[in-house]
Design a protein around this ligand. Structure first.
Ligand code: DUR
Ligand code: ZN
Length: 134
């Protein structure tokens, strides 16, 4: 059974896989499913800058494409002064697939870890249910 430290280690390993010729800012992510499977991600940039994809979304999209839909824990790491805060786009994607009590560990290379729930990361988020007025 994978624990928090395993997740943090897997996310750290992904820093070396990041494709970041433009920002030179590698980010790593690791996502644990309820069934115990691990999906990893790194940021992948593009010469057309906005086409780039963050590490968090790469991990989530890999898992969704593999048929997974129940997640319990995620770790994200970057070389930041404070534990790395996910961008707004990733928070929205996370809120589509993660329950409110999903655990997300944000960390940096100084081993500072800030653990937040999905609800704390993006309160009052636009949800699929908001599309249905009736
Ligand atoms: O939480 C974050 C924040 C940024 N990035 C990426 C996007 C871009 O490739 C680079 C600089 O913003 O870092 C992530 O992958 N995750
Ligand atoms: Zn992002």
């Amino acid at each position: 059974m994978l624990n928090k430290q395993d997740l943090l280690n897997e996310a750290h390993t992904m820093l070396s896989k990041a494709y970041v010729p433009y920002s030179k800012f590698p980010v790593g992510a690791a996502l644990l499913t309820k069934s115990g499977k691990l999906y990893t991600g790194c940021n992948i940039e593009n010469a057309a800058y906005p086409v780039s994809c963050c590490a968090e979304r790469v991990a989530i999209f890999k898992a969704i494409a593999d048929g997974e839909d129940e997640f319990i824990e995620m770790a994200v790491i970057a070389d930041t002064e404070r534990p790395v805060p996910p961008c707004g786009s990733c928070r929205q994607v996370m809120s589509e697939f993660f329950k409110g009590d999903m655990i997300i560990h944000l960390t940096n290379l100084k081993n500072e870890v800030k653990t937040v729930s999905m609800n704390e990361l993006l309160p009052f988020s636009f949800q699929p249910s908001d599309l249905n007025k009736n």
